[in-house]
Design a protein around this ligand. Structure first.
Ligand SMILES: NC(=O)c1ccc[n+]([C@@H]2O[C@H](COP(=O)([O-])OP(=O)(O)OC[C@H]3O[C@@H](n4cnc5c(N)ncnc54)[C@H](O)[C@@H]3O)[C@@H](O)[C@H]2O)c1
Length: 351
């Protein structure tokens, strides 16, 4: 049995609190990885690391440079807002650490491309936690589509609509940034689309806007049209300032129109519908079962990758740069009001 790997977590409030309470204890329980230090600019939020990870006050830092300088580790976990990812990644790479980072890679395509080049040049492993594509309901739908039982996939419809128009119901920083819906929300759905379609994106066209009643600074609503490289078409509706939440986190709507059946996932209810036999047949499908989903599963796969027990990770940097390219091409489309060629956009940024 290997010795557990050691990590430093940066960001222990907000979503980092969820990591401390729900994700990292699973890694310790499996004997795979243990914390050596936690960092947060808020002393109060470091309480999550003391409470759930059993770290002593001396292992909890408000100064990131000291934390990395005083503790030997194998990897860093990054759970701070996207605009701060790059400086944590730079510091972690300077200490020769691998990286497990929250989505998106960074808050601009330029920063994502810089990170991509730096991580590759350092020869380190990096994965991005795209939680929602790795949730039980989306994985169940993805596996049905890929089973080939229903024939060729033609097009997909998706929806994730909310009422979180009031500050700060969706977390304060999201009300102050540009394009909060796309950067902080739809990035997950772009990755789900890539998974369901089994393809990267070819083109994306976005109309995004901010209604008068929104308390967001940036656009909080969008209607999006995509064509994937394998020809699958997708239409997606995302909203943060509606009057009600119809399909929130973990309860989003996806419909995959296949040659022989309509596969529909709505609020975690998965069914297969077809009239092709002459009468409408609706088959309820049970969600697939396995011990862990979302971040606990992604984190475990990451550690197994570092330990050499896996050849790669499904959201490793080489894969996730496609998701980043789709996200920032979508933002370019929203502001330029024209479709964007995603692969050309990516190549232009990677140089
Ligand atoms: N995968 C998911 O489903 C999911 C869900 C929520 C958030 N996230 C991601 O997690 C990251 C953090 O989001 P959040 O909602 O927790 O944000 P947040 O603002 O609620 O919390 C961020 C935490 O980081 C700390 N922090 C901020 N800047 C820092 C810095 N420079 N150094 C050290 N600590 C710093 C803050 O004090 C706070 O404790 C983002 O990348 C976000 O997209 C992912």
């Amino acid at each position: 049995m290997n010795k557990p790997l050691r990590y430093i977590i940066v960001g222990t409030g907000g979503w980092g609190g969820y990591w401390c309470a729900n994700v990292l204890p699973c890694l310790a329980g499996a004997g795979k990885a243990v914390p050596v230090a936690a960092v947060d600019i808020s002393e109060e939020n470091l309480g999550n690391a003391r409470q759930h990870l059993g770290l002593s006050p001396a292992q909890c830092y408000t100064d990131m440079v000291r934390a990395f300088g005083e503790n030997q580790a194998d990897f860093a976990i990054i759970v701070v807002p996207p605009a701060h990812h790059e400086k944590v990644i730079d510091l972690a790479l300077a200490h020769d650490l691998h990286l497990l980072c929250e989505k998106p890679i960074a808050d601009s395509m330029e920063a994502c491309a810089r990170i991509y080049r730096k991580v590759r040049a350092a020869g380190k492993k990096m994965a991005v936690t795209m939680s929602h594509r790795f949730d039980q309901d989306k994985q169940s739908l993805e596996r049905l589509i890929k089973s080939d039982e229903y024939g060729k996939l033609d097009y997909i419809i998706g929806r994730n609509t909310w009422n979180c128009r009031k500050y700060p119901s969706w977390g304060a920083f999201r009300y102050k940034i540009s394009d909060p819906l796309l950067i902080e929300g739809t990035v997950h759905h772009f990755d789900i689309m890539r998974g369901l379609a089994g393809s990267d994106a070819k083109t994306v066209y976005v109309q995004s806007w901010n209604p008068a009643w929104s308390e967001f600074r940036g656009d909080a609503q969008a209607l999006i049209t995509l064509t994937m490289e394998n020809g699958v078409k997708i239409v997606y509706e995302g909203a943060k300032t509606n009057a009600t939440t119809l399909n929130g986190w973990g309860h989003d709507y996806w419909r995959a129109e296949c040659e022989r059946a309509t596969l529909e996932l709505d609020n975690r209810n998965l069914r297969v519908v077809s009239d092709l036999s002459g009468e409408r047949i609706i088959t309820q499908k049970a969600l697939v079962q396995q011990p862990a989903w979302t971040n606990p599963w992604l984190a475990e796969m990451f550690v197994d990758w570092l330990l050499g027990k896996r050849d790669g990770h499904p959201t490793q940097l080489d894969d996730n740069i496609q998701c980043a390219a789709l996200l920032f091409a979508a933002i370019a489309s929203a502001h330029g009001e024209h479709p964007v060629d995603v692969q050309e956009f990516l190549q232009r940024h990677l140089g």
